[in-house]
Design a protein around this ligand. Sequence first.
Ligand code: ADP
Length: 245
Amino acid sequence: MITTKTSKRSKRRRVKGFRDSEASKEGINPLTEKYWYQRYNLFSKYDQGIQMDEEGWFSVTPEEIAIKHAERCTDHQVVIDSFCGVGGNAIQFARKGCHVIAIDIDPAKVAMAMNNAKVYGVKEYIDFIVGDFFALAPSLKGDIVFLSPPWGGPSYKDIQIFTLELLKPTDGYALFQVAQAITPNIIMFLPRNINLAQVPELAWLSSPPLELEVESNYVQNHPKGVTLYFGSTAAFPPRFSSDYL
Ligand code: ADP
């Protein structure tokens, strides 16, 4: 009984605390509040008019990691950001001097990505397309394909080992093959609990197998994901980051 009363009281306190908070005044809901506290890790220019929605909070790549991804492209290369969301990666590729084709199936996401690219002053270096990456892929040309496919929302953390089959809307192997038909130079950003045993199988889908590099990504010592670099985006000679040695 005591436990129930205490937990009800502390829940009321939490809800009141949230109602009074700056986040709530900005229209942030309790589900996304945790991400809001990390807003400057996601977009350092957050206060200059960045737009987000609930899915955006869950799925945008933290800026520090998006910058690392962008370091793998060189000036004037064309990068296809296949599931661009609110634009975190597209913006950093454009800041690095690349031309970006940013695709998302959700028109609201594309509108927010356009706004956010404007905040960073790189809108003119990005072609935004509202569409299904799988339908568009056969007509796309580019030097690098960036894949940050849906991980299934924050519940991916509850899974002990995230297998490539769990990626949405198709499994990781099928997705990789679609990208590979465009270019072997692929960057794939995946959950931190990805099944690493499956990763080399993606490189082996090509003959000879693609160069592969695996990098674990942290923000302030917290693991945020794993990046796979294939083809020319991988460091040469190929290496795995120290976590995997
Ligand atoms: P997560 O599960 O990681 O939260 P989301 O469900 O937010 O990922 O999906 C990431 C982004 O991919 C979203 O902006 C979503 O609209 C977009 N997306 C989903 N399917 C497709 C598709 N077939 N083509 C292009 N964009 C897509």
